[in-house]
Design a binder for this molecule. Sequence first.
Ligand code: ADP
Length: 157
Amino acid sequence: YSGKKTSASLYESVSKLKVEDFYSSPVKVSENMTVYEAICHMFAEDVGTLFVVDDDNFLTGVLSRKDLLRTSIGSQDLNKIPVHIIMTRMPNISHCKKKDSLMTAAKKLIEREVDSLPVVIERKKGIEVIGRLTKTNITRAFISLIETETNEEAVTE
Ligand code: ADP
């Protein structure tokens, strides 16, 4: 056994990787949270992206580190600005679903030049966020691919 994969079988292993096996928990905030509170929350929760939801818990926006930094550079009072003023809004939010292949989601991250995608379920009345897919999740999947490969070799030898 050479341990060398054909490109067809590499493609097969990659397409087996699904969003549902790698995503993280989402951190959600309400539209009326202040920018100051959002900054504290982002630190406390140790995430790079916050998802903004309405009173029905449906997705309305995304807040990144730079969104918060940009606002902080200005001279405004961060305790007075609600996050809905500065967030990136629906429908301009790129998202993915649990059953999507990780490759599809990875392409969206690269094309949109963002750090994360909300993992969503489309309901009749709005978009429910059930997860967060980040570049770290993709990196973890990359490692798992290499580890699976190494294990297969060990078994075959
Ligand atoms: P940062 O700005 O901290 O580097 P991102 O690259 O993720 O983080 O975000 C860049 C911009 O894109 C921000 O304005 C953010 O609100 C927005 N953004 C982040 N994630 C998404 C997404 N999934 N879909 C659309 N816009 C997004």
